[in-house]
Each structure stands twice: as C-alpha cells, then as structure tokens.
Design a protein around this ligand. Sequence first.
Ligand SMILES: [Cu+2]
Length: 273
Amino acid sequence: MESQPARSPLEEVERSGLGLGLVLWLFTLVGVLGALYARWAWTPASVTREGVPIQQLFDVILAILLVAFVLVHGLLGYFVIRYRTRGDRPAAYFPHHTGLELTYTLIPAVVLVALSVAGMSLWTRVHTPPPGDPFVVEVRAEQFSWSARYPGPDGRLGRVDNRVARPFNVDPQDPAGRDDITSSQIYLVVGRPNRILLRTRDVQHSFWVPAFRLKKDFVPGATTELWLTPTQTGEFDLACAELCGVGHYTMAGKVRVVTQEEFDRWMRQQAGR
Ligand SMILES: [Cu+2]
C-alpha cells in the first residue's frame, strides 16, 4: 500500500485561503439571520403612538446596516477566495486610489448625516408635549422596586421637596398633595397623552418598557419626564435599564395600560381604603 503524498506548503496555504473565505460567508449568513430573527421574534409589537415612527427608523437603520454588512463581508470572503495564492504571481500592491477612497468616505458620510437628521427630528417630536389634557403620573424608582403617585380629585400632584422625610417627599405645606394616591401599581390611560414624571429615591435608574420603544433615565435630585400616548390596553414589561446595584436584575415590573373608566374605578377603590 502506498501512503498519501504529503501536501506542499503552497497547497496548504491555498486550501486555508479557500476555508477562510467560506468561514467569512458563513459568518455573514449567521449575522443576517440572527439580526432578522431578533427583529421579528424578540421585538414586542409597539403599543404607543410614538413607538411607530421610532420602530420605522430602527428598521431603516437595520436595513442599511444589513446591506453594508453583507456587502463588506461578502466581498471580503469573495476576495479571500478569488485572490488566494496559487504561486503563479506576486501579490499586487497599490498604496492609493482616490476614487475608491472618496466613495467609501462620502457614501457613509451622507448616510450618517441623513440618519442623524432623521433621529434628531424624531427625538424632538417625541419630546414635545402633545396637545390635549394629559394623564399625569409620577413613577418612583428605588433600589430595587417601583412605585407610583397619582393626583387625587384636584388633578394636581403635591409639590415635592427632597429634604422632606416623608413618603415620596411630598411637602405637607402643599394642599394639592393631601389627596395624592400612592401605590406599587403603575397605571397609564389608553388613547390620551400620558405625562410620566420620573423620580428616584437613591441612585440612577432607567424606565424602560420595550413595547413603548421609549426609555428614560431617573436622575438623583431631579425630575425627568416622558410623554407617550398608549394605543392599546394591556400589561407590559417594565425593566430598569441602568445598572443600579446588586439587585438591579430584580427590578422588573409591569405597566398596566387601562381605559379611563377602569382607572377611575381603581382610583375610587384606592381613595376609599
Ligand atoms: Cu434600577
């Protein structure tokens, strides 16, 4: 029996060039399928009016990224295979190509400027209070739980002062605060603008409801706010999106979007307790 002839070093290099190109193509395919799977299987439907244009912008960005990703890595794999060494010529070398450099500088620059303008105008729209009488709620974060404060029949939240050592730091001098209702339940009302005031009792936290497509930080000592208009009733996952201590991972909660009648009924029950 004859043994297999050993491969020459040149053959080894040629084979590894082919293998590397195929690995790059496989990587490209897995990347594209992974991104599409995450977009359609892991992304909950948007349930706010603001969430719709935000999702559209996400999708435009994802599409541009996928095209660039496939183009760059697909071509890289192709070149690795096509121009792998065969020992028949030296490698070509060119230090400069003005047309190529202008192309790969100007196209990304135009795309980035367009995306920045689209992002900034959307940001401004989402952060401009919508017309109409808003539903107001204060959401309070602390290590490691959530609570909420609702204005009572007077429709106004009592003034807060962080030096006041009372629940929610409500100033006892302000009569508007006497009928405020506090609860561990976070309610929002469907079909009207909701103004969510965010206050933290300790460190930074972040209010994030993936189905709303909006996220906002809590800043110690300040009140931040978020405007949104829910378009569907239901219970939606709330997560703290700012690493806030050892129990950060337990800071999951629910936001309940209900009709005005349901909310009014719940408020009457709370007031009568
Ligand atoms: Cu937190």
